[in-house]
Design a protein around this ligand. Sequence first.
Ligand code: WAQ
Ligand code: MG
Length: 255
Amino acid sequence: MWNIRMRASKLANGHDEKTDRTKDIHISGAEGIFSENEIGRAINQYLKRAFAHSRGRPDKIFFTIEDVKQLPMKVPILTVTTIQCSTKQEAMELTTKRLLELGIEANAIKSAFKIINSDFAIRGAALIKMKSGIRSDHDIERGIRVSRLGIEGDAGRKLSRKLTKLNINTTRVKEALTLASKVAYHKDVIAEICISDDPDYTTGYIASKEFGYIRITNIKSHGDMRGGRVFFIKEDTDVSGLINYLEKTPVIIAT
Ligand code: WAQ
Ligand code: MG
């Protein structure tokens, strides 16, 4: 199996005052595990995605294609539900309520929204401790990129059938659900919140072992370029062990 990662960016106008270097603006990223005969098709699809992105046209696209040597771990997929909210306020209130129910402190939720609502789009996910609200990953602009993940052929087909019935059988939903399932499976992760940074996608989700994957409509306004992901983690998490799992441990979602 092969892990493929794509990252598309464009140069910002002007310079970063601290480093006097030109800055990258994140456009799009993608990753997945594929068999050798799928590599060509996967790269083509990622390339199309980079060029047709609602965040703009990239001027640099990076690909990493890497042999996965370790046998992937099999992880179950989360259940899917959708909650229709008609306003952003309603969506935020519902999200906050569900996260509080998991024992996450209000100040930690506040820190998460602050990161997600920041004008500088984070490329990955921030790790936030559920009680103190302390951010535990170290590269503020990058965060943690979950990688080395995929879905088994059978599980993928079954999921497609299920999502078709719900009218949400898109690559976006399947990829988000795969990522959320890998993340939620780790013992130190209590919950995830995700809001797309694509200006034309306004449905977000929260995910946890307890509640599964809960989609929340209208969690952001159309046209908003902000977004991001936050993983709420236990206070006593072995952070480097968790980061290693999220970025490096190959995981395949199975039924
Ligand atoms: N690892 C960690 N964080 C990531 C990754 C990754 N592999 N990929 C994206 N992110 C972060 C990054 O900060 C992005 O800005 C943010 O997540 C959103 O990414 O059920 O489209 O790819 O209808 O824009 C969720 C709802 C859609 C799907 C998520 O996210 C549904 C989406 P995007
Ligand atoms: Mg995006």
